[in-house]
Design a binder for this molecule. Structure first.
Ligand SMILES: Cc1ncc(C[n+]2csc(CCOP(=O)(O)OP(=O)(O)O)c2C)c(N)n1
Ligand code: SF4
Length: 291
């Protein structure tokens, strides 16, 4: 998909649904949008069947706003709550089998680079802790150690939300869940540590407490993946159902967990820092010139 394919034929324009015209004229394709303008432009994701107040949906909305070229992006997901929203977005979504996401994304990204040598095509894997850290662990690790050129976004709600509350490798030690009534025996897995061992050029951990930061993190992870290979974003996206967080307290929980054990961390390699410095300075100058 490209911006070209989204342009309606002028002769048909009057007959197209308003949502479609709105997306083409006011959506983020071909023009970056700012989080601070949310509500004033058509978002890539308009509706979803996830639980009311779920922090994962807020994160996913912000992820799409952060994409530098959504019109040239493919999202790969799998079973789990996130795909319920991801599959509703106006960015192509590929459903990998549970556990297969990073193998699917590796092949797809390599194929896209051959098919479109003159156009960046971004691939973003976005899935839960069950899908990536437990069942998809092997594929995830190999894509990292091979430095495949795509982003992995871990929607870390610290539980299997979609199937009613089993513990995952990312659940904290001792946590009692509906389907782990004795409490988890082992520690939460250190995925940031593993990402460091794999020497990824960009690694970030964050909670969705600062919307602009979420968008910037996603943007950076994609731009760096294009250039240098695998990048990793780990986001705390609480499950208010399985953790019994009252909907009005979802953001309060995010702030508390962030302060307690999920502080913002961003690890950028020296070569990626250099690359970003030039790119972000250029973007800033362009924005200034437009004003
Ligand atoms: C191969 C395979 N095994 C198991 C399942 C069943 N299943 C669907 S969603 C899910 C758990 C999802 O948990 P997670 O990946 O953490 O995402 P969340 O729903 O918490 O966002 C499981 C086990 C499946 N669809 N396919
Ligand atoms: S079950 Fe949990 S993670 Fe899934 S949509 Fe509901 S609140 Fe969100």
């Amino acid at each position: 998909m490209s911006f070209e394919t989204l342009r309606p034929s002028p002769a048909l324009k009057d007959f197209l649904p308003i949502e479609y015209k709105d997306l083409v004229e006011h959506g983020p394709y071909g023009k970056n949008k700012k989080v601070s303008d949310m509500g004033k432009f058509k978002e890539i994701i308009e509706e979803h069947p996830m639980c009311a107040g779920c922090a994962m949906t807020l994160f996913i909305r912000l992820m799409y706003i952060g994409m530098p070229n959504p019109e040239h992006t493919i999202v790969v997901g799998t079973a789990g709550c996130g795909r319920l929203a991801l599959s509703q977005a106006s960015v192509p979504f590929v459903y990998g089998n549970y556990g297969d996401t990073n193998a699917v994304a590796s092949g797809m990204k390599r194929g896209l680079d051959i098919r479109f040598p003159n156009q960046f095509k971004d691939v973003v894997v976005c899935a839960g802790d069950g899908g990536l850290v437990d069942i998809g662990f092997q594929g995830l690790m190999h894509s990292w150690f091979r430095h495949e050129k795509f982003v992995t976004v871990l929607l870390d709600n610290e539980v299997y939300g979609n199937t009613g509350g089993q513990e995952s490798g990312m659940t904290n030690k001792g946590k009692v869940l509906k389907m782990s009534p004795r409490g988890k025996k082992d520690e939460k897995m250190d995925m940031l540590g593993l990402a460091k061992v794999a020497k990824l050029d960009y690694i970030a951990r964050l909670a969705p407490t600062n919307p602009a930061r979420v968008a910037r993190t996603i943007r950076r992870s994609i731009l760096i993946a294009r250039e240098f290979g695998a990048t990793y974003v780990q986001a705390y996206t609480s499950c208010n159902i399985e953790y019994s967080i009252p909907t009005p307290d979802v953001m309060k929980d995010a702030f508390e967990i962030e302060k307690d054990r999920y502080g913002f961390e961003e690890i950028i390699s020296d070569r990626a820092k250099e690359f970003l410095k030039d790119l972000e300075a250029k973007a800033k100058a362009e924005r200034k010139a437009k004003k």
